[in-house]
Design a protein around this ligand. Structure first.
Ligand code: SF4
Length: 952
């Protein structure tokens, strides 16, 4: 039971200086081991308001007691931090200050035999009460008075700041190019509450360009999209408990999924074989039964070698493969293309495919193809052949056809253990042991996460991994399959996002029937080009100078044509929507809590080419980031404990977590909903004052639904979202704010950010893709199956019709070390990166992890300063020698701010991040632009560099 503190002296306004001092004092007070010196420090602490009668803190005993009293406890979370943790915290508020936080025990467990989701949290969240008052906190609107990046600012009023931003936006409207206003929300600051909703609503209503940041942050599993027609696929972490073999491939949950990492240990104690596959001995690898360390960028070869092993062991689940995959579909020997109805009949469909039915001894239509009326995968009495060659009479004459499986066997023939060893460095005996484990484990779960997306040929790895799981019949089964990540949709807010939600009629219809995944995907994909989103890498290619870098090199030597030809063809054919074409320069950039000058590739090029085109750069944030430092306007956002909201829900932890406002926003900072409402009002006022026409003169009326939702109405919005979302059906804001976390009522429908395709078991786990396997509904692909054979012309050109391994292109030059990365234990992206307490747990600043061998060869000792460079740029950093790092690899963990490096030159200055042309492929069933699911991907990992010792 919690002791209740005495009623406090009541909230009173504290100056920032007082508050910072009080917070620092609080940190000290909570350190019991330092009680003696504390009493001295406390008695002279200048920050406590002198007008207050108490406390005197005359004795250390009094100090101890007072440190553990509070005025009230509020349920909060780290609302817009881009982490998968659905962590509810109790926030202890005293004198208007959050003095500390503690993990809240609010997670229900209904099913016996599965571990709890409680407690949840990580060390970043546990010190946010300190971080929110850190030296980089912004408390007042700031306007640049010196050159960009000079650090010369003046404090301005909100009225002035919003007036300036409103005028810049209206200038774009007056020029007839509202799309030249660009809004970037990156994904690293997205929530499911009024903050993100307000921003996306306003900029959509304004006709601005919204950058689709999923690809731009490297969060698109493009190989999953190519194979499944969806990429956001994941289950809950407690479903790991049902795996017999749990394979962490290309991810490191012990560092990056801290609240959920315990499920892996518990699965191991239950008897699961825990395997990690990564070049470095990561914090997750040390807990594994087997650690396999392929060379960086060689994973697809290992996966295909294992697929060959499964075939040789006779461990293929043939019934599953026949029904759920394209491996039985017939392919013409003469063209290499699927046998289609259009090959057989005049006017036949090009989207109906065939299998050879062993029961009838003849070809028959394969269930699932897009050209069929039914989307059922049920085979009935058919037994599709997985081997053999057959003759079919086509309109071109008799042709020989074979199932895809035959071609797959041919492809896998190349992946002998010896060849795989040459490519990956993994010994044949280890490959054999791994293949046998996968073949003999009834349930095999591969967790790849989004870390697996961030290299150039990541799609080939995804396709190979999914193939492995499919051969074993794993996808769609509890405790099995491949998992990446999936957001769960708070659809209760979608009607506030113009164009993105169903119409009123559709909503009424949806009450009575649930559309099939393919119908949902078709609807979202067909709406995608009309929405205001543009892939952020396409934007950079067209407007930020990346074209000249990427076109200058023959980056991908396996393609017969330069990459730019594919991109131009995709644009000309309308396969990729260009919301802001090259001849219409961007004029205003608004970022909210995201940090493009840290995240985007080659920021030195972006700054040289894009920044001069921008008349105004406005950064909304609670801390001064690399982008804020080079902005024209900085608008202070409220911190996570200073506003109300809903943290986005992920499949991994099936809870909706909300945060209440524990304390007033610092200084003049404001919640993003309020900022957007005030900006809308200001734009409308200025538009009328300037005599402009069009929708913009009613922008506030539209934004506020005719005055229904004003700047202070965030709670009404929250209530609307929660009550109307299938995830939280019927729970209102007042109930949610008390609960902190709500067990999800549903996993939600198929949506713009979810392709889970399963429902939560009552009181149990969430495992994805069950609608296809148990429900036998077609996958949203061209063939309606998990599609490994992509007979698109560009995939023939790339020789990627079937999964294969390819070496990474030498984007950055021919240098001997591959620079990789990984999310870090000590920050969520750049947030917390500069937090003093967390820096004390590392080396106090950016480091590159180097193998002992590579360091010795270069005369580099631990702690030395080194220069990391390639053909594009360089940065200086401290060296950390680690026997856990493989020779030939160097690691700079995620999201150090550029200004933490000498000369403000950060680690992205060597990262060109070339786009892969096949990601623009269209005109082929599911290969098409689809907002949030498909497009060019940021690939910051596997960059060739050289490293040398320097004096400073
Ligand atoms: Fe949980 Fe994320 Fe907060 Fe850490 S930062 S405690 S993972 S919500």
């Amino acid at each position: 039971m919690r002791p209740n503190g005495p009623p406090g002296p009541g909230r009173r306004g504290l100056s920032r200086r007082e508050l910072l001092g009080a917070a620092a004092f609080s940190s000290l007070a909570l350190s019991l081991r330092a009680l003696a010196p504390l009493a001295t420090a406390a008695s002279s602490a200048p920050a406590l308001p002198t007008a207050r009668a108490a406390p005197s803190y005359a004795g250390w005993q009094d100090l101890y007691r007072r440190a553990w009293r509070w005025d009230r406890v509020v349920r909060g979370t780290h609302l817009r931090a881009n982490c998968f943790g659905a962590c509810s915290f109790d926030l202890f508020v005293k004198d208007g200050v959050v003095w500390r936080e503690e993990q809240a025990d609010v997670y229900a467990r209904e099913a016996p035999g599965l571990p709890d989701f409680a407690p949840r949290g990580c060390q970043k969240g546990a010190c946010y009460s300190d971080a929110m008052l850190g030296p980089d906190r912004i408390t007042h609107p700031l306007e640049r008075v010196g050159p960009r990046g000079s650090g010369r600012w003046r404090r301005v009023s909100w009225e002035h700041a919003l007036g300036r931003l409103a005028d810049a936006i209206l200038d774009a409207h007056a020029e007839g190019v509202p799309e030249s206003v660009v809004y970037d929300n990156g994904t690293s600051n997205v929530d499911s509450g009024p903050a993100s909703l307000g921003e996306m609503r306003l900029f959509t209503l304004l006709g601005a360009t919204l950058l689709d940041g999923f690809g731009g942050t490297g969060d698109l599993a493009m190989g999953a999209f190519q194979t499944w027609g969806t990429s956001f696929v994941d289950g809950s972490a407690d479903d790991w408990m049902r795996a017999d073999a749990l394979v962490f491939w290309h991810c490191n949950p012990a560092s990056t999924r801290i609240p959920d990492a315990h499920f892996a240990n518990e699965a191991r104690h239950r008897g699961a074989t825990l395997i990690t596959i990564a070049p470095d001995l990561s914090p997750s690898a040390i807990h594994a039964s087997l650690w396999v360390n392929p060379h960086p960028g060689s994973d697809a070869a290992l996966a295909l070698g294992l697929a060959r092993g499964i075939l040789e062991l006779g461990a293929v689940d043939e019934d599953y493969v026949r029904e759920q995959t394209d491996l039985p579909l017939l392919v013409r020997d003469d063209t290499g293309r699927f046998l289609r109805q259009s090959d057989l009949e005049e006017g036949g469909s090009s989207e109906v495919f065939y299998v050879h039915d062993l029961a009838r001894g003849a070809a028959r239509e394969a269930p699932g193809g897009r050209g069929r009326r039914s989307d059922s995968l049920a085979l009935g009495d058919a037994v599709p052949a997985l081997a053999g060659a057959f003759e079919v009479a086509t309109r071109d004459g008799v042709v020989r056809v074979r199932p895809v499986m035959e071609r797959l066997r041919e492809r896998l023939r190349a992946y002998t253990p010896e060849h795989v060893t040459r490519v990956t460095g993994v010994a044949p005996g280890v490959q054999r042991r791994l293949a046998e484990t996968l073949a003999h484990s009834p349930r095999v779960l591969f967790y790849a996460s989004w870390g697996s997306n961030k290299s150039y040929h990541a799609d080939l790895l995804h396709r190979s991994l999914i193939l492995l799981a499919a051969l074993r019949g794993q996808q769609g089964r509890s405790g099995g399959g491949v998992r990446f990540a999936a957001w769960l949709p708070f659809d209760g807010g979608s009607d506030l996002l113009p164009g993105s939600g169903p119409s009123r009629l559709q909503r009424a219809l949806l009450r009575f029937f649930t559309p099939a995944p393919r119908a949902m995907e078709d609807a979202i994909a067909s709406a995608s080009p009309r929405l205001a989103w543009m892939p952020s890498h396409l934007f950079l290619w067209l407007h930020a100078g990346l074209a000249e870098i990427q076109d200058a090199e023959a980056l991908d030597e396996t393609l017969p044509r330069p990459a730019r030809e594919y991109l131009r063809e995709a644009i000309e054919r309308g396969w990729i929507p260009v919301r802001l074409p090259a001849d219409r320069p961007p004029r205003v950039l608004v970022t909210s809590g995201v940090n493009p000058l840290r995240r985007w590739p080659l920021p030195q090029v972006v700054e040289r080419v894009l920044w001069p085109k921008l008349r105004l750069v406005a950064a909304i944030d609670f801390r001064l980031s690399a982008t804020g430092l080079k902005a024209d306007l900085v608008l202070p956002a409220a911190g996570y404990y200073e506003k109300r909201g809903i943290k986005y829900a992920m499949a991994l932890a099936p809870y909706a977590v909300v945060g209440d406002r524990a304390v007033a926003p610092q200084g003049e900072s404001k919640g993003e909903w309020e900022i957007m409402a005030l900006l809308a009002r200001r734009i409308q006022e200025r538009a009328r004052e300037r005599g402009l026409g069009g929708d913009v003169i009613r922008i506030h009326d539209r934004f506020s639904e005719g005055g229904r939702y004003g700047p202070a109405d965030d709670e009404a919005i929250l209530d609307r979202i929660l009550r109307n979302s299938s995830l939280t059906r019927g729970v209102g804001w007042s109930e949610a704010r008390r609960a902190g976390a709500i067990r999800l009522r549903s996993a939600g429908g198929w949506g713009t950010t979810s392709g889970v395709g399963s429902e939560l078991e009552p009181g149990g786990t969430l495992s994805p893709s069950r609608v296809h396997v148990e429900g036998k509904r077609a996958w949203p692909t061209l063939t309606g199956r998990q599609q490994f054979y992509l007979d698109h012309p560009w995939f023939f050109e790339a020789d990627e019709v079937l999964p294969r391994w390819k070496p990474l292109p030498r984007a950055g030059g021919r240098h001997p070390i591959l620079l990789t990365g990984g999310h870090t234990r000590w920050s969520i992206h750049a947030i917390w990166r500069a937090h003093p307490e967390l820096l004390r747990l590392q080396r106090g600043g950016p480091v590159v992890f180097l193998s002992v061998e590579d360091a010795r060869a270069r005369g580099i000792s631990d702690g030395a300063r080194v220069r990391v460079w390639n053909d594009h740029g360089a940065f200086r950093v401290g060296a950390k020698l680690s026997p856990a790092v493989a020779p030939g690899e160097a690691i700079v963990y995620h999201a150090w701010e550029p200004h933490q490096f000498p000369g403000w030159r950060g680690s992205m200055e060597v990262v060109p991040s070339p786009y892969k042309p096949t990601h623009f492929a269209g005109g082929y069933g599911h290969l098409r632009y689809r907002v949030f699911f498909a497009g060019p991907v940021h690939v910051p990992r596997g960059v060739p560099v050289e490293i040398e010792r320097v004096s400073a």
